[in-house]
Design a protein around this ligand. Structure first.
Ligand SMILES: Cc1cc2nc3c(=O)[nH]c(=O)nc-3n(C[C@H](O)[C@H](O)[C@H](O)COP(=O)(O)O)c2cc1C
Length: 173
């Protein structure tokens, strides 16, 4: 089957990070679909270590989170923010649990894109993880912050490049 007729592959190849949003609110139902997509990500031992907090525009914690990252402008203007956390008590292997949360993030980014929305994975905020957890009212002994997913109706197209495949292959195949 060609990419043209394969919606999953199209989403994979066409998704770009979107950092600018219109003021239009996002339907709650769509936010739930994004969360469901995250929930269905694969995880080691199926331990599902991810946890979520959903913040809609106007939430008093939005400004606090914006102050924890140099991408504060995106955080402040995002119609929806999903704080993605890891539940430390559910973990069994740091590497594999973090990989699982990465899969969860990618599922949510693809869901956002497939719903005609746009979003971006915000990781720089981890430089101020303790402060961000405090804003969210969470105990750093129980939860680790993995990322914020900021999304809404796109106000830009987004663009990015990739290294050629040849550069990524460590041997001929
Ligand atoms: C772990 C991780 C952390 C990221 N952190 C940020 C961030 O803090 N701010 C930001 O604007 N984009 C962030 N991004 C988005 C990347 O910049 C983006 O995915 C990359 O440039 C490729 O562009 P594309 O997503 O449009 O294909 C992050 C992506 C990942 C996977």
């Amino acid at each position: 089957m060609s990419v043209e007729h394969n919606e999953v592959l199209q989403a994979l190849f066409q998704r770009r990070s979107i950092r600018s949003f219109t003021r239009e609110a996002v339907d709650r139902e769509k936010v739930e679909t994004v969360l469901q997509a995250g929930r269905w990500a694969p995880s080691g031992l199926n331990n599902q270590p991810w946890r979520f907090m959903v913040l809609f525009a106007g939430d008093s914690r939005q400004q606090g989170l914006a102050e924890c990252t140099r991408y504060g402008g995106i955080v402040r203007r995002a119609p929806v923010l999903i704080a993605v956390l890891i539940d430390k008590a559910s973990m069994y292997s740091a590497t594999k649990d973090h990989q699982s949360v990465g899969a969860c993030m990618q599922n949510m980014l693809l869901a956002v894109h497939s719903l005609g929305l746009g979003g971006v994975w915000l990781g720089e905020i981890l430089n101020q993880e303790e402060r961000a957890l405090e804003v969210l009212g969470l105990d750093s002994g129980e939860y680790g912050l993995m990322a914020l997913l900021a999304f809404g109706h796109p106000a830009e197209k987004g663009s990015s490049e990739r290294k050629p495949l040849q550069e990524l292959l460590l041997e001929e195949w």
